[in-house]
Structure formats: C-alpha cells, structure tokens
Design a protein around this ligand. Structure first.
Ligand code: SF4
Length: 250
C-alpha cells in the first residue's frame, strides 16, 4: 500500500501527502491525554480513513466503546479467519446490537483456504511452525492487507505488558510491513485498568475471559492460561515462538 505518498526522512520522521508524522512529537502530544482525547486528537490530524481493527478482546472492546459512544469517524473492521470461537461471534453480535454501528468483516480468500486444506488438511498448523505461519498468512495477514489498503492510520488495542515484543512499543509506530502509521492508544494501560473500564461501562465481553482465556484468537490455537502464566501463553501453546501471528511485526 502506498496511498500516502510517504517520503522517508529518517527512521522516526516521515512526510505524507496529507499528514506530517513525527513519531516523537506525536508521542509527546498524546502523553497525559485520556483515551477519548487521544482518539479525538488523531482523527483531527487530517487522515483520510483512520481504521480500528478489533478481535473483540478486552482492550478492543474499550476502544470500540469510546469510538462508538463518541461517534468518532473511525472505520471498524475485524478479521474473520473462519476458525473463531462461538463466543467471539457472540460478542461480535452483542457489540453490533448495543451500538448499532457497522463492523466490517474481512474473510480469507476462498481459493487460498481450499488449496491449503486440500494439500495439508484442516489442522496443518499443529505440525510445524512453517505450517502455522502459512495458515496465519492465509487467514489473517492477507485479509489484513486488504483491510488496510484504504486506511492511512491503523488503531490497535495493543498494550505494552502483553508481551516482551510489545513492551518497547510507543503510542505511535510506523509499520513498514503494512506501510501504515499505527496508533496504540492503550499501550500504557494495565489489564486491571482495562477490566475496570469494561465493568464501569458495562461493555459486552467475550464469555471466555471468565474461563481463563485472556488473549483470544482462533479456537484451535488458543487455550486458557493458569494464574501467573504469561498473557500470551495460551496462544499456539505447543510452540516456543514469540507468540505473534504476523499482524503486529516490529
Ligand atoms: Fe490458522 Fe491458528 Fe493462525 Fe488461526 S491462529 S490463522 S487457525 S494458525
């Protein structure tokens, strides 16, 4: 995607057709703002189509609540891999019912999934890291690329203490893999703050959270975690990888 006419002027400073992105400056501007204020500030920065990707996890539900309650001009989308939990569809449905606002679904390409299943079966991801990444590429990465094609700002629900990979992220990052500016408004929030917000505002939540699931992805690749386990330990638990599917590369 190259819709911004980005001219690179250094690692942290890029100029675009419509927005001048200065990572350090923008990070300073967001510091101390509430979630609502920070989202309002970014949408005032002349982006053509800011987007928020939700998987209906706890963090995503906080951001969804603020976007919809304040009618912010941000497009919501989700990636439907075809392997999600029923409980995820339940919270998807209850979220649409509560806010009466659209959430766009991006599905994997039928021919790619059919080819994968013909060649390797429906559960190839358990057999090797390469197979797992192939499945994530087909069911997540390729649809995400399409979803981001029209977006010039990608808002995420990432938090710094979700994993060591994410601990060094700041509010704003330039994602060279998808060629888009990423805004992580909850990067400094704790899980306790997220839960407090959800309780206070009675936001719909995935019922699996009450069963020990913290980070929830596809059903065959997610399990509940034990108290004290790493938040991402339930994702691809049979692997010793860095527990990322490629959506959020550094
Ligand atoms: Fe496939 Fe599992 Fe990745 Fe979902 S999380 S896309 S089922 S490998």
């Amino acid at each position: 995607m190259n819709v911004f006419g980005i001219v690179f002027r250094g690692e942290n400073h890029k100029r675009m057709d419509t927005v001048t992105f200065d990572k350090n400056l923008w990070n300073q501007k967001i510091k101390g703002k509430s979630l609502e204020e920070s989202l309002e500030w970014v949408v005032s920065q002349n982006f053509k189509n800011p987007c928020f990707s939700t998987s209906f996890g706890q963090e995503d539900q906080v951001i969804t609540d603020v976007i919809f309650n304040h009618n912010l001009p941000i497009t919501l989308f989700t990636l439907d891999t075809g392997r999600l939990f029923e409980e995820t569809y339940d919270v998807f449905s209850s979220t649409m019912g509560r806010y009466k606002k659209p959430i766009h679904s991006f599905f994997p390409k039928t021919d790619m999934v059919e080819q994968l299943v013909i060649e390797k079966g429906p559960n190839s991801f358990y057999k090797s890291l390469e197979n797992r990444k192939e499945c994530c590429r087909i069911r997540k990465i390729e649809p995400l690329k399409r979803a981001l094609e029209s977006c010039d700002l990608w808002i995420t629900g990432l938090r710094g203490d979700q994993s060591t990979n994410r601990s060094s992220l700041s509010f704003f990052e330039y994602d060279s893999h998808f060629n888009v500016i990423k805004f992580n408004p909850l990067i400094e929030w704790s899980l306790e703050e997220v839960n407090a917000y959800l309780e206070k505002h009675h936001v719909p939540q995935n019922k699996l959270h009450k069963k020990g699931f913290v980070s929830i992805g596809c059903a065959p690749c997610t399990r509940a975690i034990e108290p004290g386990e790493d938040i991402r330990a339930g994702r691809w638990w049979w692997e010793t990888s860095n527990k990322e599917c490629g959506l959020h590369k550094k």
